[in-house]
Design a protein around this ligand. Structure first.
Ligand code: SAH
Ligand code: MG
Length: 210
C-alpha cells in the first residue's frame, strides 16, 4: 500500500486496526478478477483499505450498508458515536461521512456505495464476486443472513474475508465466528489462507452446486 493511502485509511473513522487493514488490502490485492463487495462500511475505513486494490485491478468495490448503524452502534451501546445521529429523525446516518472519506481518499471512481439493507440488496445481486468482505451486523441472525445470501456469490478462486472472528468468547461476540467463519470452512468449499487479529481470509476452492 502506498504511504499516502495507508495514512488516509488510518485516519478514517471506523473499526479496523492498522494491521488488520493492511492484511485486508493484501488479500484484496491478490484476489482474482471480478468486482469486489463489502457488507458493512460504516464511515468508509475498510473501503479505504480495499479500494486501492480495486483501483489497481481496474475493478469496483461495492459497499453495501443501510448506514443506520448496527445494534452495537445505537444509543446506549458500546460503539455508539452520538454525532452520527440525524437529530431530525433520531436515526444514525453514516452515509455523508462515508462519502467524504471516499472522496478524500481519491477513490470515488472505484468505490461505489449501495445504500440499503443487505437482505434487500443481496437477492438481486447476480454478478459473481472476486472478493467479498463481511463486516455487517454482528448479531446471530444478521451474520447468518450475510453468510447465506452473499457467500454463494464468490467465484471459485475468489476470496472471502471476515471481520471480528473471535474463536475465544473472551475476546468478543460469537456470531461472525459461529455463523460465517465455521460454516464456510465446514462447507468444504473454502480454505483458510491467513489470520490477522480478528480478520480471517478464506478462498473458495470449489462450489457444491457445480
Ligand atoms: N467496515 C467498517 C465497520 C462496519 S460496522 C469499518 O472498517 O470501520 C458495521 C456496519 O454494518 C454499520 O455501518 C451498519 O450500518 C452496517 N449494517 C449492520 N446491519 C446491516 C444490515 N442488515 N444491512 C445493511 N447494513 C448493515
Ligand atoms: Mg468489524
Amino acid at each position: 500500500m502506498r504511504p499516502a493511502e495507508q495514512a488516509a485509511a488510518e485516519s478514517a473513522r471506523g473499526f479496523m486496526p492498522p494491521d488488520e487493514g493492511l492484511a485486508l488490502w493484501r488479500a484484496a490485492s491478490k484476489a482474482i478478477s471480478g468486482p469486489m463487495l463489502e457488507v458493512g462500511s460504516y464511515c468508509g475505513k475498510s473501503a479505504c483499505y480495499i479500494g486501492p486494490a480495486a483501483r489497481d485491478a481496474d475493478t469496483v468495490l461495492y459497499c453495501v450498508d443501510h448506514h443506520r448503524g448496527s445494534e452495537e452502534n445505537q444509543s446506549g451501546w458500546e460503539h455508539h458515536e452520538p454525532d452520527l445521529v440525524d437529530p431530525e429523525i433520531g436515526k444514525m446516518d453514516t452515509l455523508a461521512i462515508f462519502r467524504r472519506t471516499v472522496y478524500d481518499a481519491g477513490l470515488e471512481r472505484n468505490v461505489v456505495a449501495v445504500v440499503g439493507e443487505t437482505k434487500v440488496v443481496a437477492p438481486n445481486w447476480q454478478t459473481p464476486l472476486g472478493f467479498l468482505f463481511i463486516d455487517g451486523g454482528h448479531g446471530e441472525e444478521p451474520a447468518a443472513d450475510d453468510y447465506r445470501l452473499w457467500t454463494p456469490k464468490v467465484r471459485v478462486g475468489g476470496t472471502l474475508a471476515i471481520h471480528d472472528v473471535f474463536p475465544d468468547p473472551a475476546d468478543g461476540g460469537r456470531p461472525p465466528f459461529e455463523q460465517i467463519y465455521l460454516p464456510a470452512l465446514e462447507s468444504g468449499e473454502f480454505e483458510e489462507r491467513s489470520a490477522t487479529g480478528s480478520l480471517r481470509v478464506l478462498v473458495r476452492t470449489s462450489r457444491g452446486d457445480g
